[in-house]
Design a protein around this ligand. Structure first.
Ligand code: SF4
Length: 398
């Protein structure tokens, strides 16, 4: 049995603490590499570059190692090593990345770190699935009890996950494997990508049935992924953001907000004590490094020069983050939408002002819908605790 807690319970509490700064016991780091190439799926509105240059994967991994060594030097906690951006099971070079000594040394050295991946295990063949798990389960390569997190985009025909019994059985067969056939701890969740919602014009009823099916029958959470940030132009990013915000306001209400996991709207999760960094291939083989904007851990704004931390050490990246957060506090403190809200610091530390600036949002255009923010950030933040460690500290039993 590789998963002791219910997936929904585990996935909704696996973020950093929701605690005052003086009680926070760790600062989490997420490092993401864009190294996988190839994907035969056709998710609606996919903006991911599926044809990255696989020949530079060692350079990408070397840069990741430089940064994870910085995490060790500074005494912070490497929480996630995200291997993306394409599907973990159908990419052409997943085995190569997993068999790399650099990947393995990062995961051995950081005992709290998990591998997290975008993964369509629903449609992986048995051959692909078994090949990947043969590497992951080899204890000379990865810790026996390492956590692996699969973030599964909803299928191309989204409602299939609700209505198609055969599809449901295929997914549950993989879940049985996670429970009984691997020593690894597996977390998984569905992710609803903004681009697929916008293209499909998903109704509130559709959304509600997906959410309920996910929680009640698949036994895991439905996350929201603002994948529009990968759109090829700023105009498209902005129009998609505004449409996405309209969708969230239309489908989230008091009756379902507690069921729907929205790390982008829960501002006391992954804000002050979290940094996300993405390493990706630039032009002509250059290795680029970017601070993530924490609308979501995978929100990237490559056009923003302030977020570009290519060539900086990990310590220098932390200084850049702090400078941008202080700038954000100043800007949000004067902004008509946010200045009188309790969200100023959290949004600033998520570097959300950089997203506002990149997309040129005016003073009436919210980065996240204000009604949704209010639902996810109640004044009594005891309702918003995410993490078992935080719960224990509040209950004074550790
Ligand atoms: S969203 Fe991910 S899984 Fe879907 S087509 Fe794009 S790369 Fe493939």
């Amino acid at each position: 049995m590789s998963m002791e807690e219910h997936y929904r319970e585990q996935m909704s509490k696996s973020g950093p603490e929701s605690l005052p700064l003086n009680q926070q016991v760790k600062f989490d780091v997420l490092i993401q590499i864009e190294a996988l190439t190839g994907c035969y799926h056709n998710c609606v509105g996919c903006f991911v570059d599926k044809n990255l240059d696989a020949s530079i994967s060692t350079k990408l991994l070397n840069r990741a190692k430089e940064l994870t060594d910085g995490v060790t030097r500074t005494g912070l906690n490497l929480r996630e090593f995200v291997i993306g951006p394409t599907d973990f099971f159908s990419a052409a070079n997943t085995s190569e990345i997993l068999n790399s000594k650099i990947t393995q040394s990062i995961l051995f050295e950081h005992e709290n770190a998990r591998i997290a991946n975008p993964a369509r295990f629903d449609e992986a063949t048995d051959e692909q699935f078994n090949k990947i798990f043969a590497i992951l389960d080899d204890e000379t390569k990865f810790r026996k009890d390492m956590i692996i997190e699969f973030i599964q985009p909803l299928p191309e025909d989204i409602m299939k996950m609700v209505n198609d019994k055969e599809y449901f059985d295929v997914v549950m067969k993989r879940i049985e494997f996670f429970k009984h056939n691997t020593p690894k701890m597996i977390d998984w969740s569905w992710t609803l990508q903004s681009s697929s919602i916008l293209a499909r014009k998903l109704s509130k009823d559709d959304y509600t049935s997906i959410l309920n099916k996910s929680i009640d029958e698949y036994g895991t959470i439905l996350e929201m992924n603002p994948a529009f940030t990968r759109a090829p132009s700023i105009e498209l990013q902005k129009s998609n953001l505004l449409a996405w915000n309209g969708f969230l306001s239309a489908v989230i209400d008091e009756s379902n907000s507690k069921k729907a996991t929205m790390s982008m709207a829960n501002l006391y999760c992954n804000s002050m004590n979290f940094v996300g960094i993405t390493i990706y291939p630039g032009e002509n083989g250059e290795i680029k490094t970017l601070l993530n904007v924490m609308l979501h851990e995978q929100a990237l704004f490559t056009q923003n020069k302030n977020l570009d931390v290519t060539g900086l050490t990990f310590e220098e990246i932390l200084v850049r983050r702090e400078e941008l957060a202080i700038k954000g506090i100043q800007k949000f403190s004067e902004h008509p939408l946010y200045k009188d809200t309790p969200y100023v610091n959290a949004l600033a530390y998520r570097l959300a002002y950089e997203a506002i600036e990149t997309m040129g949002l005016d003073d009436t255009e919210a980065i996240l819908p204000m009604d949704v923010l209010a639902m996810y950030n109640p004044e009594d933040t005891r309702d918003a605790v995410f993490n078992n460690t935080a719960n224990k500290i509040r209950n004074k039993d550790i």
